[in-house]
Design a protein around this ligand. Structure first.
Ligand SMILES: CC(C)(COP(=O)(O)OP(=O)(O)OC[C@H]1O[C@@H](n2cnc3c(N)ncnc32)[C@H](O)[C@@H]1OP(=O)(O)O)[C@@H](O)C(=O)NCCC(=O)NCCS
Length: 179
C-alpha cells in the first residue's frame, strides 16, 4: 500500500522527525488545540516525538493512518488522518497551521485522504465531528461529502480543558449502491 498522496498543491505522507520543530511551532497554538480533541496545550517537542513514535504501530494495526500535510515549496503545514478509537468506524481529523488558513488546504488534504482510503483500505464509511464554534470545519466536511447525522454531543478537548458541544457528521462512499 502506498503511503504517499499527491494532490495539486500538497504532498501527504508519513511524519518525519525532521519536521518536529515545525510541527511544534504550528501546533502550539490555542486556536488550533481548542478545536481538536487530543492536542495538549502548550504543545511541546516531547508531545510531538511521542506522537510520531506511535505511528508505525497504529498503521500496522490498521487503526491509525496519520498524514503530514506538506505544502509544495513550503513544508509542513498541518496534519490529517483517519483513526479508529473504540468504534469500528474510522474518524477523520485534521488541522492546519494558522498562517495557512483560508487557502483551501484542509479541504484538499482531507479529500486526498478520503480518496486514498477508499482505494487503499476499502473505506466505505467514516465519521467526523466539529465543535459548535468551528463553522470553518463544518464547511470543510461538507465540501468533501460529509453530511450531518442530526445528532450532537459533548466532546472533550485537551486544549479547552473541558467538554464542548459538537456536531456529528458521516461520510458514505457514494459508489456503494446497497445503502
Ligand atoms: C478548520 C480548519 C482545518 C480549516 O482549514 P483551512 O485550510 O482554512 O480550510 P479550507 O480553506 O479548506 O476551507 C475552509 C472553509 O470554511 C469557510 N469558513 C472559514 N471561516 C468560516 C466561518 N467563520 N464561518 C463559515 N465558514 C467559514 C471558508 O470560507 C472555506 O469554505 P469555502 O471554500 O466554501 O469558502 C483550520 O481552521 C484549523 O486547522 N483549525 C483548527 C483545528 C480544527 O478546527 N480542526 C478541525 C477539527 S474538527
Amino acid at each position: 500500500m502506498s503511503y504517499e498522496i499527491e494532490t495539486t498543491r500538497l504532498t501527504l505522507g508519513p511524519f518525519h522527525y525532521a519536521d518536529i520543530d515545525r510541527r511544534v511551532a504550528l501546533a502550539n497554538d490555542i486556536d488550533v488545540a481548542r478545536m481538536v480533541a487530543h492536542m495538549p496545550h502548550p504543545y511541546t517537542r516531547q508531545h510531538a516525538i511521542e506522537w510520531v513514535a506511535r505511528h508505525d504501530a497504529g498503521r500496522a494495526a490498521g487503526t491509525d493512518y496519520p498524514f503530514a500535510i506538506t505544502l509544495k515549496g513550503v513544508g509542513l503545514v498541518g496534519a490529517v488522518g483517519l483513526h479508529k478509537k473504540d468504534s469500528p468506524v474510522f474518524d477523520l481529523g485534521y488541522w492546519v497551521g494558522k498562517p495557512y488558513w483560508g487557502r483551501g488546504i484542509a479541504s484538499e488534504a482531507a479529500r486526498g485522504v478520503m480518496d486514498w482510503a477508499r482505494d487503499n483500505i476499502s473505506l466505505t464509511e467514516a465519521t467526523a465531528c466539529y465543535f459548535e464554534d468551528n463553522p470553518a470545519s463544518a464547511r470543510v466536511l461538507e465540501k468533501i461529502g460529509f453530511a450531518h447525522t442530526g445528532t450532537d454531543g459533548l466532546c472533550a478537548s485537551l486544549g479547552r480543558g473541558e467538554k464542548a458541544r459538537s456536531f456529528n457528521m458521516i461520510w458514505r462512499d457514494s459508489s456503494v449502491k446497497s445503502r
